[in-house]
Every structure is written in structure tokens, then in C-alpha cells.
Design a protein around this ligand. Structure first.
Ligand code: FAD
Length: 434
């Protein structure tokens, strides 16, 4: 059976989709990209803009993975902040990574403008704090980001946050004027169309099932069920959906699920009362909730899209609505009685440090994965950095490559329960406000 987009609000409201034919036979190219999520699409687009021949292989459909299912929130910086990176690699190497922490969001906006991508881009993202400790963390973050040249984070006191989110839950927060939100699947589809307009080739329903890795003298060959791609370079961008294709990439990461629900279309008055400025919001808990309004759905009204929950090991959750709806009602009790039209799950890739993994295997195989939750901006940056490396400019690629990667304690058998235990501990601390 051919894998199709999951039943989500995004798939139901996507632009008419071009079908890209499966690969049949043998082809030669400069770069074979495995995976048509943001990492793969961004890499391909940057390479094509610099004159490379690129073939993208996608196991299912463009945007089938996290890139077509996510919360749509453009969140700056990495899943661990710059201070954590400084502690890991030291102040000087961290400076280069910090200089890139705000670039992904700018790349998205450039892409949207340059290629005319219709993806409901809205500006402004809010971090919402429940506790004084979380508020102090945001204050530190504001100073930290400012130290690295980013001054668009505005602190919100209790009164100010109520003017952007209609809930009594938060004691304050921060508004990132450089944050924002998009229809994630339409962004991916728009980027795919852009890369094809530059002569790139996409093959859907063409899983890479084996890679002959090649050497300095022999080019690698990627095999699909009905074809092969011989390329100078391979970029592996399968992230949490890669499965066992490259075992080295599986040992230091763990697929995790997170779930999103979409309400029925709301009256405009109700929608505007919830999020008057139409910003997206994520809270500051370790296991966080994230939410925003959709665009007007074919004149019927805007929907609230509410996400949260983490399933370690990415098993399919039994009842998504039963898990996420109570979270939504805790934030917005005024939505009691509102119907849920869509509920879906998607997988992101967690690393132990929660920092992304970028690197090279042998001479010709490059990869980037493991954004650990916040990947919309990073994946767009990663594509640019990988493309630079393939063009022979590896300074920024090497800065990511220097980040240490650790295996999860417990190995493949016990990493899920041990990580869940760790998350339970951190979420208990959030609940207790310590
Ligand atoms: C529900 C959810 C909500 C999220 N919300 C946010 C958010 O609001 N903000 C944010 O910053 N981040 C968010 N994230 C994270 C973000 O979506 C991801 O980090 C990002 O989209 C990852 O992009 P990617 O291209 O690396 O991987 P993916 O988008 O998962 O793409 C990987 C692609 O590779 C393909 N593939 C895998 N193996 C093969 C193979 N062997 N051959 C060919 N193709 C293959 C898959 O089919 C898939 O299409 C969320 C994630 C999820 C799941």
C-alpha cells in the first residue's frame, strides 16, 4: 500500500498536490537527497540555487513526516539554548553556533517571498511561563539572545500576556517578534515546487532501501525497490522516519511521537478572543503544550490547533483526542462544547543532549537529524549548512559536527522507559514549580 499524508487538518487544507513519479531505472546525479521533509527540501533547494543536479527520494509523499504534521511554529534557536551549548563546547566554538541560531526563520521568510509560497505565514511567537522560575529563565534567555545580537524578544508581565492569550494560567512570558507560524505542509509543498522549478527531481513512493556507500574513488549508489541513483554525494534527511537504513544514526537518537488536535471552525469572535494578535504560543514546561489559530478554512472560520504530549519510542497513541483535549480545556475552558475535527500524531527525533546531529559518514554521505522538538527553523538552516559543506565551505558544518553525541542510557531495550522516567522527573519539577 502506498503511504499517504496522515489524516490531519493540514492534509485536508493543503494546496492541490503535484504527484511526483516513483523512481524506475538507474539515474546519475550530483546529489541524492533521502527524505522530502524540510531538511531534504531545504538542502536540495540550496544546492539547486548553486547549480547542482539533485534527485530527492521520498518514501511516501513530500511532507509525509514531521514537516507536514507539526505545530507550524517558527521557533528561534535550538531545542537547548545557547548557554547549554556554551557549557558543552566552550564559549568560542559556541559563538558560531549562536550566530546561526536565528537564521532558519529568516531562510523560511526568504523562501516564502522568493518563490511566492502560500503557507499562511503569520508573525510573532509567545513563550508562556507558569512559574517564577520559568519567568526568570525567559529573562536570562532575553539577555543571552541579546548578547548574540538578537533583540526581538520582549518580556511580557501578567497583564501583557493576557492581552495575547486569553487564559488565566500564565504569570507572564516573552513575545518573540521574530517567531511566527505557517501551514507546515503547504510550506513543504511550496518548497518542493520551487526545487522542481529549478530543475530538481523528486521521486515519491521511492524509499531508499540500501546505500552502497562508495569511497573517495567510487560514487555511492542509493537503491530503491525499482531503481538506483548514483551520485557524488548522498544527503540523508529521513530523521525520525529513517528507521534502520543507517544503523549508526539510530543508536544515538530516539523517535518520539507528539500529537495535535484541530477544533471545528470557530466563530471569528471566539477565535479572536483566544489569541487576539494571532501569535502562536508554546509554554515553558519540559513536556510542553503548543497552540495557535489556523488561517480561515475556506470561509468557514479559523480553527484552534493544539498540540502536546510526548510518546517516547513513537508508538501510536491509543486516543489522541482523549489525551490532548483536556490539555486544551485547561488552557481555554471557554472551548468546552467545541468539537474536534482532526487528531493526528507525528514523530520527531530526540537526542540525549537535545542538540541536533549533523555529520558525515565516510567520504560522501552527509546527514542532519535530531532537532528534538524544535525543528522548523533548524532544518531550514541545516539545508543551507549542508549545501555549503558540499560546495567545499565546511566551517559552519564543522561547528555542528563538533557537538558531542551520546547514546541513550539503557540501549535499544531500556532507552524508552529510562527516558520516560527522566521526563517524568522534569515534568514533576515543572508541576511543583521547583
Ligand atoms: C506533531 C509535531 C509537532 C511539531 N511542532 C513543531 C513546531 O511547532 N515547531 C518546530 O520548530 N518544530 C516542531 N516539530 C518538529 C519539526 O516538525 C521537525 O523537527 C522537522 O519537521 C523535521 O524535519 P525533517 O525534514 O528532518 O524530517 P521529516 O519532516 O520527518 O522528514 C523526513 C522524511 O524522510 C522520509 N524518509 C524516511 N526514510 C526514508 C527512506 N529510507 N527513503 C526515502 N525517504 C525516507 C520520510 O517519509 C519523511 O517524509 C514538531 C514535530 C511533530 C512531529
Amino acid at each position: 500500500m502506498l503511504l499517504q499524508h496522515t489524516h490531519s487538518y493540514y492534509a485536508a487544507s493543503r494546496h492541490p498536490k503535484v504527484a511526483y513519479p516513483a523512481l524506475v531505472g538507474a539515474v546519475d546525479t550530483d546529489v541524492c537527497v533521502i527524505g522530502a521533509g524540510y531538511t531534504g527540501l531545504s538542502t536540495a533547494l540550496h544546492l539547486l540555487e548553486h547549480g547542482f543536479k539533485v534527485t530527492v527520494l521520498e518514501a511516501a509523499q513530500v511532507g509525509f513526516g514531521a514537516s507536514g504534521r507539526n505545530g507550524g511554529q517558527i521557533v528561534n534557536s535550538y531545542s537547548r539554548d545557547i548557554d547549554a551549548i556554551e557549557r558543552q563546547v566552550g564559549a568560542e566554538p559556541a559563538r558560531l553556533l549562536a550566530a546561526m541560531a536565528f537564521e532558519g526563520g529568516r531562510i523560511i521568510r526568504q523562501r516564502v517571498a522568493k518563490y511566492g509560497i502560500q503557507c499562511d505565514l503569520k508573525e510573532g511567537g509567545v513563550f508562556a511561563a507558569f512559574t517564577g522560575k520559568q519567568m526568570r529563565h525567559l529573562e536570562t534567555q532575553q539577555k543571552l539572545w541579546a548578547r548574540h545580537g538578537y533583540t526581538q524578544l520582549e518580556l511580557l508581565d501578567a497583564g501583557a500576556i493576557r492581552s495575547v492569550v486569553a487564559t488565566e494560567r500564565y504569570i507572564g512570558g516573552a513575545l518573540d517578534h521574530g517567531g511566527g507560524h505557517i501551514h507546515p505542509l503547504n510550506l513543504a509543498l511550496g518548497e518542493a515546487a520551487a526545487l522542481v522549478s529549478l530543475g530538481g527531481v523528486i521521486h515519491e513512493h521511492s524509499p531508499a532501501v540500501r546505500i552502497d556507500r562508495g569511497s573517495a574513488q567510487t560514487p555511492p549508489v542509493v537503491h530503491t525497490p525499482q531503481g538506483q541513483v548514483r551520485a557524488r554525494f548522498v544527503v540523508v534527511a529521513g530523521n525520525a522516519y529513517l528507521d534502520g537504513l543507517l544503523p549508526e544514526l539510530a543508536t544515538k537518537s530516539m523517535p518520539c511521537g507528539t500529537q495535535v488536535i484541530a477544533t471545528e471552525p470557530l466563530t471569528e469572535d471566539l477565535a479572536r478572543s483566544l489569541l487576539p494578535q494571532d501569535h502562536c504560543v508554546e509554554d515553558c514546561n519540559y513536556l510542553l503544550d503548543y497552540f495557535r489559530l489556523s488561517a480561515n478554512d475556506q470561509g468557514r472560520g479559523r480553527r484552534l490547533l493544539y498540540g502536546g504530549g510526548v510518546v517516547y519510542g513513537a508508538r501510536d497513541p491509543a486516543n489522541i483526542e482523549a489525551t490532548i483535549r483536556p490539555k486544551m480545556l485547561k488552557t481555554f475552558p471557554q472551548l468546552r462544547g467545541v468539537k474536534i475535527d482532526y487528531a493526528w500524531t507525528g514523530n520527531f527525533l530526540l537526542t540525549l543532549s537535545r542538540l541536533p546531529q549533523m555529520g558525515r559518514l565516510g567520504d560522501n554521505i552527509y546527514y542532519s537529524q535530531g532537532c528534538s522538538g524544535h525543528g522548523v527553523t533548524f532544518t531550514h538552516l541545516a539545508g543551507k549548512v549542508l549545501a555549503e559543506a558540499l560546495r567545499g565551505q565546511a566551517e559552519r558544518f564543522d561547528a555542528f559536527g563538533a557537538l558531542p553525541h551520546y547514546p541513550f542510557p539503557g540501549g535499544r531495550l531500556f532507552r524508552v522507559p529510562l527516558t520516560a522516567l527522566g521526563a517524568w522527573y522534569y515534568s514533576l519539577r515543572d508541576k511543583l514549580g521547583v
